[in-house]
Design a protein around this ligand. Sequence first.
Ligand code: RUQ
Ligand code: CUA
Ligand code: CA
Length: 636
Amino acid sequence: MSDTENTGQPGELAAETKVSRRTLLGAGVVGAGAAGLAGAAGLTGGMVIGATPAFAKEAAESTDIPPGKLDDYYGVWSGGQSGELRILGVPSMRELIRVPVFNLDGGIGWGITNESKRVLGANAPINGDTHHVHMSQTDGHYDGKYLFVNDKANTRVARIRCDIMRTDKITNIPNAQAIHGLRVQRVPHTKYVFCNNEFRVPHPNDGRDLADPKKYFAVFTALDAETMKVAWQVLVDGNLDNTETDYTGKYVGSTCYNSEGATDLAGMMDAERDWVVYFNIARIEAAVKAGKYKTYEDPNVPVVDGRHGSDLTLYVPVPKNPHGINASPDGKYVIAAGKLSPTVTVMSWKKIDEWFEGKLKNPRDVVVAEPELGLGPLHTTYDGRGNAYTTLFIDSQVCKWNIADALRAAKGEKVNYIRQKLDVNFQPGHNKASMAETRDADGKWLISLNKFSKDRFLHVGPLHPDNDQLIDISGDEMKLVSDNPVYCEPHDCFMIKRDLLEKHVKRIWDRKDPFFAETVAMAKKDGINLESDNKVIRDGKKVRVYMTSIAPVYGLTEFEVNKGDEVTVTITNMDDVEDLTHGFCLANHGINMEISPHETASVTFTADKAGVYWYYCTFFCHALHLEMRGRMLVKA
Ligand code: RUQ
Ligand code: CUA
Ligand code: CA
């Protein structure tokens, strides 16, 4: 049996059926790329790889979290085209909460409340495409402060405060279209969030140069993590896919699959090599300071020129349409995955430094190995014990390989650097090992985020869930331990040890929280004490209704307005009991919001229909929760 035919998973299809299905999937995916991949397959053909059975007999690390017990890790998942984030417990894989970001969320009223609308901005789109979520770091360790996530769909980046797990800032990225790769500066701390612009367009993008793709370009963006303003951008050749930072704070690199500047599939696969472009942060800052920049759509955003020939950047040719780029937790290497090449390219941060110092001549001198792993390598993660784990999309496998051995093989030694190939179900994109984005990689758990689930779950209609598989990597062998259906393609995730995040998370709102400070200021102008007052303030055709909520009553069980008034209802939950959340749903007005203990939330709408409209509490807060309601009386 050849390596890709490995099977034997309990409950799996017969080997023969499965092989044909796997082949079919691979073929379907290859599609127009067949020519390039045929070459790649040829390369892999003669290779001896140390595959092991996909499912080991011995019991894996237990994922069993008994009732009342807590998980060891928080898992933070992007939500793909749902536009949200999700927080899971690992290893149970129980979903703990969703964090709406770019999407409308009726559960808590995200996109409905004034507080969320202030974050989203006026007339903001209410869909998103979140791929890459990363936590802020200090000296290469998670610091529990912020999460950052991209919106490929609408060219935005959001920040989520970890203490309340709420999105608190969203920035539209100018001079760009489609923000894909996103990473945080690790060292000395997350000063910048780096964002990749995937699609090349004309600038300004106002109807000029439509048919002249040579004039299109893409930019690399550094966002200030505290202000969430764009600090600077770099004009690049080609496009930008994924990005990664080093462990010194000096460099950040991005993969480019469209070095061709093409606008169609064949064109984007034309070159045998595209590249990884590295940015020299200090030099870029100096160039900005020296005024060596232009501006495009936003006069406040300096754009320096980092195209070929610039001393701000280093373009390292790598094979072919590279995708993922991931730094090893020892701070030494950064590995770009070949996608249409069966190889990954291992580059040395130290050599990148030497190149910028002028000590190396050829950009390829920073490459220390280019091991062949299998078909469709997309992303790599690490166990902190010198092993790398690369997803093979087309082979539907995770390949575990040893970095030191790959370096020895690159020097001509006869060593097998591949440790194991594990079948996953099916077609993995990202993978991520626990704590692997930091110096604290602990090599316990690996998630393989698989794009197809086929028949792994009960059928729920033509749209199948993705399958995020949990794999135990604590021993010598990878062991698949659970299948987990997920909605609308989370691309990436990370796992952080419970104690590192738990201490930063609030269990009850602080009354001084900036999240609702503007609402508090509005109340103050009206002479309202939000914690005790229940009052209606009329201001022409604007009516502001202030009330408290204490289970099981609202401070106001009725208020009266005139048809056509613009009504703002502001509610402050004065219950002290943790977990005692109230809701406010106004019948037939499309309004629902959540108010957790000591939170103030508000919503503004037009009372456009005369009549009696009940409002009621949507969170089951008390035995008399159903009775927790009141009337809005709208006079004709
Ligand atoms: S990146 S797999 Cu690979 Cu956005 Cu999705
Ligand atoms: Cu308050 Cu239910
Ligand atoms: Ca290409």
